[in-house]
Design a binder for this molecule. Structure first.
Ligand code: OXD
Ligand code: MN
Length: 615
Protein backbone atom coordinates (compact mmCIF):
# COMPACT_ATOMS: atom_id res chain seq x y z
CA UNK A 1 0.00 0.00 0.00
CA UNK A 2 1.47 3.35 -1.03
CA UNK A 3 -0.07 5.99 1.13
CA UNK A 4 0.70 9.57 0.20
CA UNK A 5 2.75 8.69 -2.87
CA UNK A 6 1.20 10.63 -5.75
CA UNK A 7 0.64 8.22 -8.63
CA UNK A 8 -0.05 10.84 -11.26
CA UNK A 9 3.22 11.79 -12.88
CA UNK A 10 2.03 15.23 -13.92
CA UNK A 11 1.59 16.45 -10.34
CA UNK A 12 4.67 18.63 -10.04
CA UNK A 13 3.77 20.54 -6.93
CA UNK A 14 4.34 19.17 -3.48
CA UNK A 15 1.32 19.99 -1.33
CA UNK A 16 1.90 22.46 1.46
CA UNK A 17 2.52 20.67 4.78
CA UNK A 18 -0.93 21.51 6.15
CA UNK A 19 -2.60 19.82 3.19
CA UNK A 20 -0.16 16.90 3.24
CA UNK A 21 -0.83 16.36 6.96
CA UNK A 22 -4.60 16.44 6.49
CA UNK A 23 -4.41 13.97 3.61
CA UNK A 24 -2.16 11.77 5.73
CA UNK A 25 -4.63 11.88 8.66
CA UNK A 26 -7.57 11.01 6.43
CA UNK A 27 -5.67 8.17 4.78
CA UNK A 28 -4.90 6.76 8.23
CA UNK A 29 -8.59 7.07 9.17
CA UNK A 30 -10.09 5.63 6.00
CA UNK A 31 -7.30 3.14 5.07
CA UNK A 32 -7.62 3.11 1.26
CA UNK A 33 -5.53 0.80 -0.93
CA UNK A 34 -3.82 3.79 -2.51
CA UNK A 35 -3.86 7.58 -2.66
CA UNK A 36 -4.03 9.40 -5.99
CA UNK A 37 -3.57 13.13 -6.40
CA UNK A 38 -5.88 14.47 -9.08
CA UNK A 39 -4.40 16.76 -11.75
CA UNK A 40 -7.43 17.40 -13.96
CA UNK A 41 -5.56 16.28 -17.11
CA UNK A 42 -7.10 14.70 -20.19
CA UNK A 43 -5.01 11.58 -19.57
CA UNK A 44 -6.49 11.28 -16.11
CA UNK A 45 -10.06 11.77 -17.44
CA UNK A 46 -9.45 9.07 -20.05
CA UNK A 47 -8.06 6.63 -17.50
CA UNK A 48 -10.86 7.25 -14.97
CA UNK A 49 -13.68 7.05 -17.48
CA UNK A 50 -12.24 3.83 -18.96
CA UNK A 51 -12.01 2.33 -15.48
CA UNK A 52 -15.59 3.37 -14.71
CA UNK A 53 -16.87 1.90 -17.97
CA UNK A 54 -15.13 -1.39 -17.15
CA UNK A 55 -16.60 -1.29 -13.65
CA UNK A 56 -20.16 -0.59 -14.91
CA UNK A 57 -20.46 2.86 -13.29
CA UNK A 58 -20.47 4.60 -16.67
CA UNK A 59 -21.83 3.65 -20.07
CA UNK A 60 -19.94 5.21 -22.96
CA UNK A 61 -22.41 6.92 -25.30
CA UNK A 62 -22.19 6.44 -29.04
CA UNK A 63 -19.32 8.81 -29.96
CA UNK A 64 -20.99 9.58 -33.28
CA UNK A 65 -23.80 11.28 -31.39
CA UNK A 66 -22.11 12.34 -28.16
CA UNK A 67 -18.30 12.15 -28.25
CA UNK A 68 -16.44 11.56 -25.00
CA UNK A 69 -19.74 11.39 -23.09
CA UNK A 70 -21.09 8.96 -20.54
CA UNK A 71 -24.26 7.87 -18.79
CA UNK A 72 -24.32 7.01 -15.09
CA UNK A 73 -27.29 5.31 -13.46
CA UNK A 74 -27.40 5.93 -9.77
CA UNK A 75 -28.97 3.63 -7.24
CA UNK A 76 -32.69 4.57 -7.12
CA UNK A 77 -32.18 5.40 -3.43
CA UNK A 78 -29.53 8.04 -4.20
CA UNK A 79 -31.00 10.44 -6.75
CA UNK A 80 -31.18 13.88 -5.10
CA UNK A 81 -29.99 16.13 -2.29
CA UNK A 82 -30.95 14.79 1.12
CA UNK A 83 -32.01 17.87 3.06
CA UNK A 84 -33.11 15.85 6.09
CA UNK A 85 -29.56 14.40 6.35
CA UNK A 86 -27.83 17.78 5.92
CA UNK A 87 -26.44 19.31 9.11
CA UNK A 88 -24.88 22.56 10.22
CA UNK A 89 -22.60 21.66 13.13
CA UNK A 90 -22.01 25.02 14.79
CA UNK A 91 -20.96 25.11 18.43
CA UNK A 92 -24.16 26.97 19.39
CA UNK A 93 -27.37 25.48 17.95
CA UNK A 94 -28.76 29.02 17.60
CA UNK A 95 -26.03 29.75 15.07
CA UNK A 96 -27.55 27.08 12.81
CA UNK A 97 -31.01 28.51 13.44
CA UNK A 98 -34.52 27.20 12.93
CA UNK A 99 -34.20 26.37 9.22
CA UNK A 100 -31.20 24.03 9.51
CA UNK A 101 -30.66 20.62 11.07
CA UNK A 102 -28.08 20.93 13.83
CA UNK A 103 -25.66 18.56 15.53
CA UNK A 104 -23.04 19.39 18.17
CA UNK A 105 -19.66 19.44 16.40
CA UNK A 106 -17.86 17.26 18.93
CA UNK A 107 -20.56 14.57 18.86
CA UNK A 108 -20.92 14.74 15.07
CA UNK A 109 -17.17 14.50 14.63
CA UNK A 110 -17.08 11.36 16.77
CA UNK A 111 -19.94 9.75 14.87
CA UNK A 112 -18.44 10.70 11.51
CA UNK A 113 -15.01 9.46 12.52
CA UNK A 114 -16.57 6.09 13.28
CA UNK A 115 -18.37 6.02 9.94
CA UNK A 116 -15.28 7.12 8.01
CA UNK A 117 -13.01 4.76 9.91
CA UNK A 118 -11.73 2.23 7.33
CA UNK A 119 -14.55 3.33 4.97
CA UNK A 120 -12.20 3.31 1.95
CA UNK A 121 -10.74 -0.19 2.43
CA UNK A 122 -10.10 -1.74 -0.96
CA UNK A 123 -10.69 1.56 -2.74
CA UNK A 124 -8.57 4.37 -4.13
CA UNK A 125 -8.61 7.62 -2.22
CA UNK A 126 -8.49 10.58 -4.59
CA UNK A 127 -7.21 13.99 -3.47
CA UNK A 128 -8.65 16.86 -5.51
CA UNK A 129 -7.07 20.29 -5.01
CA UNK A 130 -9.53 22.81 -6.44
CA UNK A 131 -10.30 26.47 -6.79
CA UNK A 132 -13.76 28.00 -6.73
CA UNK A 133 -13.42 30.90 -9.14
CA UNK A 134 -10.34 31.59 -11.29
CA UNK A 135 -7.18 30.38 -9.50
CA UNK A 136 -5.75 33.20 -7.40
CA UNK A 137 -8.61 35.65 -8.10
CA UNK A 138 -9.53 38.12 -5.35
CA UNK A 139 -13.04 36.68 -5.11
CA UNK A 140 -11.92 33.05 -5.41
CA UNK A 141 -11.39 30.42 -2.69
CA UNK A 142 -9.53 27.13 -2.46
CA UNK A 143 -10.56 23.69 -1.31
CA UNK A 144 -9.24 20.15 -1.22
CA UNK A 145 -11.74 17.34 -1.62
CA UNK A 146 -10.92 13.79 -0.69
CA UNK A 147 -13.23 11.17 -2.17
CA UNK A 148 -13.32 7.46 -2.91
CA UNK A 149 -15.65 7.94 -5.89
CA UNK A 150 -14.11 8.22 -9.37
CA UNK A 151 -17.51 9.55 -10.60
CA UNK A 152 -17.05 12.44 -8.18
CA UNK A 153 -13.49 13.03 -9.39
CA UNK A 154 -14.58 13.22 -13.04
CA UNK A 155 -17.55 15.45 -12.15
CA UNK A 156 -15.41 17.76 -9.98
CA UNK A 157 -13.00 18.08 -12.91
CA UNK A 158 -15.90 19.44 -14.98
CA UNK A 159 -17.44 21.60 -12.25
CA UNK A 160 -14.37 23.23 -10.64
CA UNK A 161 -10.79 24.20 -11.49
CA UNK A 162 -8.92 21.15 -10.23
CA UNK A 163 -5.29 20.15 -10.19
CA UNK A 164 -1.80 21.47 -10.05
CA UNK A 165 -2.49 25.20 -10.56
CA UNK A 166 -4.79 25.23 -7.55
CA UNK A 167 -2.38 23.13 -5.46
CA UNK A 168 0.54 25.39 -6.35
CA UNK A 169 -1.41 28.50 -5.36
CA UNK A 170 -2.24 27.01 -1.96
CA UNK A 171 1.01 28.11 -0.37
CA UNK A 172 1.43 27.74 3.41
CA UNK A 173 -1.00 30.03 5.21
CA UNK A 174 -3.44 30.26 2.28
CA UNK A 175 -6.93 29.43 3.54
CA UNK A 176 -8.47 26.27 2.03
CA UNK A 177 -11.53 24.25 2.89
CA UNK A 178 -11.04 20.55 3.69
CA UNK A 179 -13.91 18.59 2.15
CA UNK A 180 -14.07 14.89 2.91
CA UNK A 181 -16.32 12.50 1.04
CA UNK A 182 -16.84 8.76 1.05
CA UNK A 183 -19.59 6.68 -0.51
CA UNK A 184 -19.29 4.61 2.65
CA UNK A 185 -18.93 1.18 1.06
CA UNK A 186 -15.55 -0.41 1.82
CA UNK A 187 -14.58 -3.22 -0.55
CA UNK A 188 -12.85 -5.25 2.14
CA UNK A 189 -14.84 -6.36 5.16
CA UNK A 190 -13.77 -6.63 8.79
CA UNK A 191 -12.48 -10.16 8.17
CA UNK A 192 -10.30 -8.97 5.33
CA UNK A 193 -12.56 -10.49 2.65
CA UNK A 194 -12.76 -8.52 -0.57
CA UNK A 195 -16.16 -8.05 -2.23
CA UNK A 196 -17.13 -6.86 -5.69
CA UNK A 197 -17.97 -3.25 -6.19
CA UNK A 198 -21.39 -2.18 -7.48
CA UNK A 199 -22.09 0.30 -10.29
CA UNK A 200 -23.26 2.96 -7.82
CA UNK A 201 -22.04 2.30 -4.30
CA UNK A 202 -23.73 4.29 -1.56
CA UNK A 203 -24.64 3.78 2.06
CA UNK A 204 -28.13 3.80 3.56
CA UNK A 205 -26.73 6.06 6.26
CA UNK A 206 -26.09 9.51 4.81
CA UNK A 207 -24.62 12.58 6.43
CA UNK A 208 -23.87 15.90 4.71
CA UNK A 209 -22.17 17.87 7.49
CA UNK A 210 -20.76 21.36 7.66
CA UNK A 211 -18.61 22.80 10.43
CA UNK A 212 -18.92 26.57 10.00
CA UNK A 213 -16.43 27.55 12.72
CA UNK A 214 -13.63 25.41 11.30
CA UNK A 215 -14.92 25.67 7.71
CA UNK A 216 -14.89 21.93 7.04
CA UNK A 217 -17.17 19.58 5.14
CA UNK A 218 -17.74 15.88 5.81
CA UNK A 219 -20.08 14.03 3.46
CA UNK A 220 -20.83 10.34 3.91
CA UNK A 221 -22.91 7.77 2.10
CA UNK A 222 -24.13 9.46 -1.11
CA UNK A 223 -22.66 9.74 -4.60
CA UNK A 224 -25.31 12.17 -5.90
CA UNK A 225 -23.95 15.54 -7.13
CA UNK A 226 -25.43 17.97 -4.62
CA UNK A 227 -24.34 15.69 -1.76
CA UNK A 228 -20.98 14.62 -3.16
CA UNK A 229 -19.49 17.34 -5.41
CA UNK A 230 -18.49 19.29 -2.36
CA UNK A 231 -17.37 22.46 -4.17
CA UNK A 232 -20.97 23.21 -5.07
CA UNK A 233 -23.71 23.41 -2.43
CA UNK A 234 -21.56 22.44 0.56
CA UNK A 235 -18.67 24.83 -0.05
CA UNK A 236 -19.85 27.53 -2.47
CA UNK A 237 -23.10 28.08 -0.55
CA UNK A 238 -23.15 26.66 2.98
CA UNK A 239 -19.54 27.26 4.04
CA UNK A 240 -19.06 30.30 1.77
CA UNK A 241 -22.18 31.99 3.17
CA UNK A 242 -20.51 31.84 6.60
CA UNK A 243 -17.23 33.22 5.19
CA UNK A 244 -19.21 35.93 3.41
CA UNK A 245 -21.02 36.95 6.60
CA UNK A 246 -17.71 37.16 8.47
CA UNK A 247 -15.84 38.97 5.69
CA UNK A 248 -18.48 41.34 4.26
CA UNK A 249 -19.45 39.65 1.01
CA UNK A 250 -22.29 37.47 -0.29
CA UNK A 251 -22.48 33.82 -1.39
CA UNK A 252 -25.80 33.37 -3.16
CA UNK A 253 -27.86 30.75 -5.01
CA UNK A 254 -27.99 32.93 -8.13
CA UNK A 255 -27.35 32.80 -11.83
CA UNK A 256 -25.49 35.69 -13.48
CA UNK A 257 -26.21 37.00 -16.98
CA UNK A 258 -24.83 39.77 -19.14
CA UNK A 259 -27.58 41.57 -21.05
CA UNK A 260 -26.93 43.80 -24.07
CA UNK A 261 -29.74 46.11 -25.20
CA UNK A 262 -30.44 47.09 -28.81
CA UNK A 263 -28.58 50.34 -27.97
CA UNK A 264 -25.54 48.15 -27.09
CA UNK A 265 -25.71 49.06 -23.42
CA UNK A 266 -24.52 46.28 -21.12
CA UNK A 267 -26.16 45.24 -17.82
CA UNK A 268 -25.43 42.37 -15.48
CA UNK A 269 -28.21 40.68 -13.57
CA UNK A 270 -28.00 38.14 -10.75
CA UNK A 271 -31.11 36.07 -10.09
CA UNK A 272 -32.07 33.72 -7.26
CA UNK A 273 -34.56 30.93 -7.90
CA UNK A 274 -35.10 27.76 -5.90
CA UNK A 275 -33.68 24.51 -7.29
CA UNK A 276 -35.14 23.29 -10.60
CA UNK A 277 -37.13 26.50 -11.24
CA UNK A 278 -35.45 27.37 -14.55
CA UNK A 279 -32.19 29.06 -13.45
CA UNK A 280 -30.19 27.30 -16.17
CA UNK A 281 -32.84 28.26 -18.75
CA UNK A 282 -32.73 31.92 -17.75
CA UNK A 283 -28.93 31.87 -17.63
CA UNK A 284 -28.88 30.68 -21.26
CA UNK A 285 -31.87 32.66 -22.49
CA UNK A 286 -32.08 33.26 -26.25
CA UNK A 287 -34.29 36.37 -26.48
CA UNK A 288 -37.20 36.33 -28.93
CA UNK A 289 -37.35 40.14 -29.01
CA UNK A 290 -35.16 41.75 -31.65
CA UNK A 291 -31.89 43.46 -30.77
CA UNK A 292 -31.44 41.91 -27.31
CA UNK A 293 -28.59 39.61 -26.37
CA UNK A 294 -28.19 37.56 -23.20
CA UNK A 295 -24.87 35.91 -22.38
CA UNK A 296 -24.18 33.42 -19.62
CA UNK A 297 -21.81 33.96 -16.73
CA UNK A 298 -23.16 31.41 -14.26
CA UNK A 299 -26.25 29.26 -13.80
CA UNK A 300 -26.36 28.43 -10.09
CA UNK A 301 -24.07 30.33 -7.72
CA UNK A 302 -22.83 33.92 -7.42
CA UNK A 303 -20.14 35.23 -5.08
CA UNK A 304 -20.51 39.00 -4.78
CA UNK A 305 -18.31 41.57 -3.10
CA UNK A 306 -18.17 45.37 -3.23
CA UNK A 307 -15.35 46.38 -5.59
CA UNK A 308 -12.91 49.30 -5.22
CA UNK A 309 -15.55 51.62 -6.75
CA UNK A 310 -18.08 50.54 -4.12
CA UNK A 311 -20.26 48.67 -6.62
CA UNK A 312 -21.18 45.03 -6.17
CA UNK A 313 -19.02 42.71 -8.31
CA UNK A 314 -19.85 39.04 -8.87
CA UNK A 315 -18.12 35.90 -10.05
CA UNK A 316 -19.52 32.49 -10.84
CA UNK A 317 -17.31 30.30 -8.62
CA UNK A 318 -18.05 27.19 -10.66
CA UNK A 319 -16.51 25.99 -13.90
CA UNK A 320 -19.39 23.91 -15.22
CA UNK A 321 -23.10 23.26 -15.18
CA UNK A 322 -24.85 20.50 -13.25
CA UNK A 323 -28.20 21.06 -14.93
CA UNK A 324 -31.55 19.32 -14.70
CA UNK A 325 -31.99 17.38 -17.98
CA UNK A 326 -35.75 16.66 -18.17
CA UNK A 327 -37.51 19.64 -19.69
CA UNK A 328 -34.32 20.81 -21.42
CA UNK A 329 -34.74 20.75 -25.20
CA UNK A 330 -34.41 22.82 -28.35
CA UNK A 331 -37.64 24.74 -27.63
CA UNK A 332 -37.02 25.42 -23.93
CA UNK A 333 -33.24 25.84 -23.84
CA UNK A 334 -31.57 25.49 -27.25
CA UNK A 335 -28.30 26.77 -25.80
CA UNK A 336 -28.05 24.05 -23.16
CA UNK A 337 -28.95 21.49 -25.81
CA UNK A 338 -25.96 22.67 -27.85
CA UNK A 339 -23.68 22.89 -24.80
CA UNK A 340 -23.99 19.19 -24.11
CA UNK A 341 -22.91 18.06 -27.59
CA UNK A 342 -20.05 16.03 -26.07
CA UNK A 343 -17.61 15.80 -23.12
CA UNK A 344 -20.64 15.44 -20.84
CA UNK A 345 -21.58 13.13 -17.99
CA UNK A 346 -25.31 12.37 -17.89
CA UNK A 347 -26.88 10.90 -14.79
CA UNK A 348 -30.25 9.13 -14.51
CA UNK A 349 -31.54 9.83 -18.00
CA UNK A 350 -32.67 7.28 -20.60
CA UNK A 351 -30.40 5.51 -23.09
CA UNK A 352 -31.61 5.34 -26.69
CA UNK A 353 -31.08 2.19 -28.72
CA UNK A 354 -28.62 4.12 -30.92
CA UNK A 355 -26.42 4.83 -27.90
CA UNK A 356 -27.42 8.46 -27.35
CA UNK A 357 -29.34 9.86 -24.35
CA UNK A 358 -32.97 10.92 -24.11
CA UNK A 359 -35.30 12.49 -21.57
CA UNK A 360 -38.77 13.92 -21.45
CA UNK A 361 -38.69 17.29 -23.20
CA UNK A 362 -35.57 16.66 -25.29
CA UNK A 363 -37.60 15.97 -28.44
CA UNK A 364 -41.28 16.43 -29.22
CA UNK A 365 -41.79 12.75 -29.89
CA UNK A 366 -40.19 10.10 -27.72
CA UNK A 367 -38.09 7.27 -29.16
CA UNK A 368 -40.09 4.14 -29.89
CA UNK A 369 -37.90 2.23 -27.46
CA UNK A 370 -35.23 3.13 -24.89
CA UNK A 371 -33.68 1.91 -21.65
CA UNK A 372 -34.96 3.97 -18.75
CA UNK A 373 -32.84 5.56 -16.02
CA UNK A 374 -33.12 2.40 -13.92
CA UNK A 375 -31.92 0.19 -16.78
CA UNK A 376 -35.34 -1.24 -17.71
CA UNK A 377 -36.84 -1.56 -21.19
CA UNK A 378 -39.02 1.46 -21.86
CA UNK A 379 -41.51 2.48 -24.53
CA UNK A 380 -43.88 5.46 -24.62
CA UNK A 381 -46.61 3.01 -23.60
CA UNK A 382 -44.79 2.05 -20.39
CA UNK A 383 -46.63 4.72 -18.43
CA UNK A 384 -43.45 5.61 -16.52
CA UNK A 385 -40.87 8.32 -16.96
CA UNK A 386 -37.85 7.37 -19.05
CA UNK A 387 -35.60 9.80 -17.15
CA UNK A 388 -35.67 10.59 -13.46
CA UNK A 389 -37.14 14.11 -12.98
CA UNK A 390 -33.85 15.10 -11.32
CA UNK A 391 -31.71 13.51 -14.07
CA UNK A 392 -28.70 15.71 -14.76
CA UNK A 393 -26.03 16.75 -17.23
CA UNK A 394 -22.56 17.79 -16.10
CA UNK A 395 -20.51 19.80 -18.57
CA UNK A 396 -17.95 22.60 -18.56
CA UNK A 397 -19.19 26.18 -19.02
CA UNK A 398 -16.76 26.92 -21.85
CA UNK A 399 -18.79 24.62 -24.13
CA UNK A 400 -21.80 26.91 -23.79
CA UNK A 401 -22.37 28.92 -27.00
CA UNK A 402 -23.77 31.85 -24.98
CA UNK A 403 -20.90 32.01 -22.48
CA UNK A 404 -19.72 35.61 -21.94
CA UNK A 405 -16.01 36.41 -22.29
CA UNK A 406 -16.13 37.79 -18.73
CA UNK A 407 -17.28 34.51 -17.17
CA UNK A 408 -13.69 33.65 -16.32
CA UNK A 409 -12.65 37.13 -15.21
CA UNK A 410 -11.12 37.05 -11.72
CA UNK A 411 -12.56 40.54 -11.03
CA UNK A 412 -16.10 39.47 -11.90
CA UNK A 413 -18.76 41.79 -13.28
CA UNK A 414 -20.67 44.73 -11.78
CA UNK A 415 -24.21 43.69 -10.82
CA UNK A 416 -26.89 46.20 -11.88
CA UNK A 417 -29.95 44.33 -10.67
CA UNK A 418 -30.88 41.38 -8.48
CA UNK A 419 -33.97 39.27 -9.23
CA UNK A 420 -35.85 36.98 -6.87
CA UNK A 421 -38.24 34.38 -8.27
CA UNK A 422 -40.17 31.32 -7.23
CA UNK A 423 -42.71 28.89 -8.56
CA UNK A 424 -45.94 30.61 -7.47
CA UNK A 425 -49.21 29.70 -9.23
CA UNK A 426 -50.93 32.76 -7.71
CA UNK A 427 -50.38 36.02 -5.79
CA UNK A 428 -46.85 37.05 -6.89
CA UNK A 429 -47.00 39.19 -10.06
CA UNK A 430 -44.95 38.66 -13.19
CA UNK A 431 -42.54 41.40 -12.14
CA UNK A 432 -42.29 44.12 -9.52
CA UNK A 433 -39.51 46.47 -8.49
CA UNK A 434 -38.59 47.07 -4.88
CA UNK A 435 -38.83 50.72 -3.88
CA UNK A 436 -35.73 50.33 -1.68
CA UNK A 437 -33.00 47.82 -0.79
CA UNK A 438 -34.96 47.02 2.39
CA UNK A 439 -38.10 46.18 0.44
CA UNK A 440 -35.91 44.08 -1.87
CA UNK A 441 -34.55 42.16 1.13
CA UNK A 442 -38.17 41.70 2.25
CA UNK A 443 -38.97 40.26 -1.19
CA UNK A 444 -36.04 37.83 -0.89
CA UNK A 445 -36.84 36.90 2.71
CA UNK A 446 -40.49 36.13 1.92
CA UNK A 447 -39.89 34.07 -1.23
CA UNK A 448 -41.86 30.88 -1.39
CA UNK A 449 -41.91 28.19 -4.05
CA UNK A 450 -43.32 24.79 -4.84
CA UNK A 451 -40.87 22.00 -4.01
CA UNK A 452 -39.22 20.13 -6.91
CA UNK A 453 -37.40 16.83 -7.48
CA UNK A 454 -33.99 18.43 -6.79
CA UNK A 455 -34.33 17.28 -3.20
CA UNK A 456 -35.85 14.08 -1.84
CA UNK A 457 -39.37 14.49 -0.44
CA UNK A 458 -42.74 15.74 -1.59
CA UNK A 459 -42.90 17.61 -4.92
CA UNK A 460 -45.27 20.58 -5.54
CA UNK A 461 -45.69 21.69 -1.91
CA UNK A 462 -45.48 25.46 -1.36
CA UNK A 463 -42.74 26.23 1.14
CA UNK A 464 -40.91 29.37 2.21
CA UNK A 465 -37.54 29.41 0.53
CA UNK A 466 -35.95 32.73 1.47
CA UNK A 467 -33.47 33.95 -1.15
CA UNK A 468 -33.69 30.39 -2.59
CA UNK A 469 -31.24 29.62 0.23
CA UNK A 470 -33.42 27.54 2.55
CA UNK A 471 -31.32 24.39 2.08
CA UNK A 472 -28.07 26.31 1.57
CA UNK A 473 -27.60 29.03 4.20
CA UNK A 474 -24.83 27.79 6.48
CA UNK A 475 -26.00 29.79 9.49
CA UNK A 476 -29.04 31.23 11.23
CA UNK A 477 -31.43 32.53 8.56
CA UNK A 478 -32.34 35.58 10.69
CA UNK A 479 -28.64 36.51 10.81
CA UNK A 480 -28.50 35.93 7.06
CA UNK A 481 -31.38 38.43 6.59
CA UNK A 482 -29.50 40.88 8.82
CA UNK A 483 -26.37 40.38 6.70
CA UNK A 484 -28.35 41.35 3.59
CA UNK A 485 -29.58 44.51 5.35
CA UNK A 486 -25.99 45.29 6.39
CA UNK A 487 -24.71 44.79 2.83
CA UNK A 488 -27.31 47.31 1.64
CA UNK A 489 -25.99 49.81 4.16
CA UNK A 490 -22.43 49.16 2.97
CA UNK A 491 -23.37 49.57 -0.70
CA UNK A 492 -25.53 52.64 -0.10
CA UNK A 493 -26.64 54.35 -3.30
CA UNK A 494 -24.40 52.00 -5.31
CA UNK A 495 -26.56 49.01 -4.39
CA UNK A 496 -28.18 47.15 -7.30
CA UNK A 497 -31.93 47.56 -7.84
CA UNK A 498 -34.01 44.59 -6.69
CA UNK A 499 -36.92 42.97 -8.56
CA UNK A 500 -39.31 40.09 -7.90
CA UNK A 501 -40.32 37.89 -10.85
CA UNK A 502 -42.72 34.97 -11.26
CA UNK A 503 -43.02 33.04 -14.52
CA UNK A 504 -45.34 30.43 -13.04
CA UNK A 505 -48.80 32.04 -12.61
CA UNK A 506 -51.56 29.65 -13.70
CA UNK A 507 -55.16 30.12 -14.86
CA UNK A 508 -58.27 28.45 -13.45
CA UNK A 509 -57.40 25.28 -15.40
CA UNK A 510 -53.88 25.15 -14.00
CA UNK A 511 -52.24 26.25 -17.28
CA UNK A 512 -49.28 28.61 -17.22
CA UNK A 513 -50.37 32.10 -18.33
CA UNK A 514 -46.94 33.51 -19.12
CA UNK A 515 -45.12 31.62 -21.93
CA UNK A 516 -41.81 31.79 -20.02
CA UNK A 517 -38.47 30.53 -21.37
CA UNK A 518 -37.18 32.81 -24.19
CA UNK A 519 -40.13 35.17 -23.72
CA UNK A 520 -38.78 36.07 -20.28
CA UNK A 521 -36.55 38.46 -22.26
CA UNK A 522 -39.60 40.76 -22.33
CA UNK A 523 -39.47 41.02 -18.54
CA UNK A 524 -35.73 41.67 -18.73
CA UNK A 525 -36.45 44.43 -21.23
CA UNK A 526 -38.85 46.02 -18.71
CA UNK A 527 -36.27 45.67 -15.93
CA UNK A 528 -33.59 47.35 -18.06
CA UNK A 529 -36.12 50.08 -18.95
CA UNK A 530 -36.53 50.70 -15.23
CA UNK A 531 -32.76 50.73 -14.63
CA UNK A 532 -32.42 53.28 -17.41
CA UNK A 533 -35.32 55.36 -16.10
CA UNK A 534 -37.10 54.99 -19.46
CA UNK A 535 -40.22 53.26 -18.16
CA UNK A 536 -42.74 54.11 -15.48
CA UNK A 537 -43.98 51.85 -12.70
CA UNK A 538 -47.20 51.97 -10.67
CA UNK A 539 -46.23 52.35 -7.02
CA UNK A 540 -48.11 49.71 -5.00
CA UNK A 541 -47.61 48.17 -1.54
CA UNK A 542 -45.75 45.25 -3.17
CA UNK A 543 -43.43 47.45 -5.25
CA UNK A 544 -43.46 49.10 -8.66
CA UNK A 545 -45.63 47.24 -11.19
CA UNK A 546 -45.49 47.63 -14.98
CA UNK A 547 -48.01 49.54 -17.03
CA UNK A 548 -49.45 46.99 -19.47
CA UNK A 549 -48.73 49.13 -22.52
CA UNK A 550 -45.05 49.46 -21.49
CA UNK A 551 -44.51 45.73 -21.41
CA UNK A 552 -43.41 44.48 -24.82
CA UNK A 553 -46.12 41.93 -25.71
CA UNK A 554 -45.78 42.15 -29.47
CA UNK A 555 -46.20 38.77 -31.12
CA UNK A 556 -47.41 37.03 -27.95
CA UNK A 557 -50.67 35.15 -28.11
CA UNK A 558 -51.60 35.77 -24.46
CA UNK A 559 -54.83 37.74 -23.94
CA UNK A 560 -54.62 41.29 -22.56
CA UNK A 561 -56.92 40.39 -19.64
CA UNK A 562 -54.72 37.49 -18.69
CA UNK A 563 -51.62 39.67 -18.79
CA UNK A 564 -53.37 42.35 -16.75
CA UNK A 565 -54.23 39.72 -14.13
CA UNK A 566 -50.58 38.70 -13.70
CA UNK A 567 -49.14 42.21 -13.58
CA UNK A 568 -51.69 43.59 -11.11
CA UNK A 569 -51.75 43.61 -7.35
CA UNK A 570 -54.15 40.87 -6.19
CA UNK A 571 -55.12 42.59 -2.97
CA UNK A 572 -57.08 39.81 -1.20
CA UNK A 573 -54.32 37.31 -2.06
CA UNK A 574 -51.70 39.71 -0.67
CA UNK A 575 -53.70 40.27 2.50
CA UNK A 576 -53.59 36.52 3.04
CA UNK A 577 -49.90 36.51 2.07
CA UNK A 578 -49.11 39.25 4.59
CA UNK A 579 -50.80 37.24 7.34
CA UNK A 580 -48.80 34.15 6.32
CA UNK A 581 -45.59 36.20 6.30
CA UNK A 582 -46.33 37.48 9.83
CA UNK A 583 -46.67 33.88 10.96
CA UNK A 584 -43.48 32.92 9.12
CA UNK A 585 -41.50 35.79 10.64
CA UNK A 586 -42.69 34.55 14.03
CA UNK A 587 -40.64 31.36 13.54
CA UNK A 588 -37.40 33.35 13.89
CA UNK A 589 -35.69 34.46 17.08
CA UNK A 590 -36.92 37.98 17.83
CA UNK A 591 -33.51 39.15 19.01
CA UNK A 592 -31.76 38.17 15.77
CA UNK A 593 -34.47 39.16 13.33
CA UNK A 594 -33.81 42.50 11.59
CA UNK A 595 -36.22 45.28 12.60
CA UNK A 596 -36.12 46.54 8.98
CA UNK A 597 -38.01 43.45 7.82
CA UNK A 598 -40.68 43.83 10.50
CA UNK A 599 -41.09 47.46 9.47
CA UNK A 600 -41.51 46.33 5.85
CA UNK A 601 -44.21 43.88 6.89
CA UNK A 602 -46.01 46.53 8.98
CA UNK A 603 -45.89 48.91 6.06
CA UNK A 604 -47.20 46.26 3.65
CA UNK A 605 -50.06 45.35 5.99
CA UNK A 606 -50.96 48.99 6.53
CA UNK A 607 -50.79 49.89 2.82
CA UNK A 608 -52.89 46.91 1.80
CA UNK A 609 -55.64 48.10 4.12
CA UNK A 610 -58.08 46.01 6.14
CA UNK A 611 -58.90 42.50 4.99
CA UNK A 612 -62.42 42.73 3.57
CA UNK A 613 -62.52 39.21 2.15
CA UNK A 614 -65.84 37.64 3.28
CA UNK A 615 -65.03 34.76 5.58
C1 OXD B 1 -28.86 22.27 -7.76
C2 OXD B 1 -29.87 22.47 -6.70
O1 OXD B 1 -28.49 21.13 -8.05
O2 OXD B 1 -30.18 23.64 -6.41
O3 OXD B 1 -28.40 23.29 -8.31
O4 OXD B 1 -30.36 21.50 -6.13
MN1 MN C 1 -29.00 25.13 -7.39
Amino acid sequence: MTLLAPRTASVRTRPNPEIADWVDDIARLTTPDEVVWVDGSTAEWDRLTKEMVAQGTLIRLNPEWRPNSFLARSDPADVARVEDRTFICSVDPDDAGPTNNWRAPSIMRLELSELFSRSMRGRTMYVIPFSMGPVGGDLSQFGVQITDSPYVVASMALMTRVGDDALQAMTPGTPWVPALHSVGVPLIDDNGVRRDDTAWPHNETKYICHFPETREIWSFGSGYGGNALLGKKCFALRIASVMARDEGWMAEHMLIVRVTSPEKKVFHLAAAFPSACGKTNLAMLAPTIPGWKVETIGDDIAWMRPGPDGRLRAINPERGFFGVAPGTGPSTNPTATQTIWGNTIFTNVALRDDGDVWWEGLTDSPPAHATDWEGNDWTPASGTRAAHPNGRFTVTADQCPSIADEWNSPDGVVIDAILFGGRRPSTVPLVSQARSWQQGVFMGATMASETTAAATGEVGRLRHDPFAMLPFAGYNMADYFAHWIAMGELLGDKAPQIFSVNWFRTDADGRFIWPGFSENARVIEWIVGRLEGDLAARATPIGGLPLAHELNLEGLSVGVDEIQAIIDLDKPAWQREAAAIAEYFGTFDETRFPAELRRELDRLTRDLGPDVTPS
